[in-house]
Design a protein around this ligand. Structure first.
Ligand SMILES: CC(C)(COP(=O)(O)OP(=O)(O)OC[C@H]1O[C@@H](n2cnc3c(N)ncnc32)[C@H](O)[C@@H]1OP(=O)(O)O)[C@@H](O)C(=O)NCCC(=O)NCCS
Length: 140
């Protein structure tokens, strides 16, 4: 999971981090194997993986009942539909928790993906450690 998160950020989100070493280091700091293990101990977090041929193709996380905290595809599996499937599964879990609205903060890289999946902007873009991020939500 750590390797997928790291490769996805490093290789797919260059429009966001612009290969700035300080931004990249800050983003990757909590994606190490040790930090991912700690996520499993967080009672507020639910972690998900999508597998393809026994390999982890994408990683997702829900925070609380209604927030998508992580949604990252392995670069080798981009545009294969795996993230659409993972997003649908995350939205289903949120629906099952009783929430009628889901929320997330999108990267610039993923914003069109979410717009195409029925999400909309929930406010203006926000600066996060030198990157512009987009609060979004979706009625379920
Ligand atoms: C955003 C992300 C999860 C999408 O995953 P993906 O593998 O590209 O998406 P899928 O193959 O499952 O879905 C593809 C669909 O989304 C659309 N899509 C995906 N990324 C897109 C983009 N950047 N721009 C436009 N459309 C996009 C495709 O057109 C396709 O639609 P279609 O099936 O109707 O033709 C992936 O690009 C990613 O992990 N990016 C880096 C990490 C990131 O930014 N994560 C989000 C954190 S909030």
């Amino acid at each position: 999971m750590s390797a997928v998160l790291t490769a996805s950020i490093r290789d797919l989100c260059t429009a966001d981090h612009r290969n700035d070493p300080t931004i990249l280091a800050g983003w990757l700091r909590n994606k190490t194997p040790e930090m991912v293990l700690q996520m499993f101990d967080n009672p507020n977090a639910q972690l998900f993986v999508a597998e393809h041929d026994g390999m982890i193709a994408a990683v997702g996380c829900l925070n609380g009942g209604d927030e998508i905290g992580l949604n990252y595809v392995d670069p080798a599996h981009r545009f294969s539909g795996v993230s659409k499937a993972l997003l649908a599964a995350l939205e289903d879990r949120i629906r099952q928790s009783g929430a009628t609205r889901a929320r997330l903060t999108s990267t610039g890289t993923a914003r069109r993906f979410y717009l195409a999946s029925g999400w909309h902007d929930a406010g203006p873009g926000e600066d996060d450690r030198g990157m512009l991020c987009y609060p979004m939500e979706k009625s379920l």
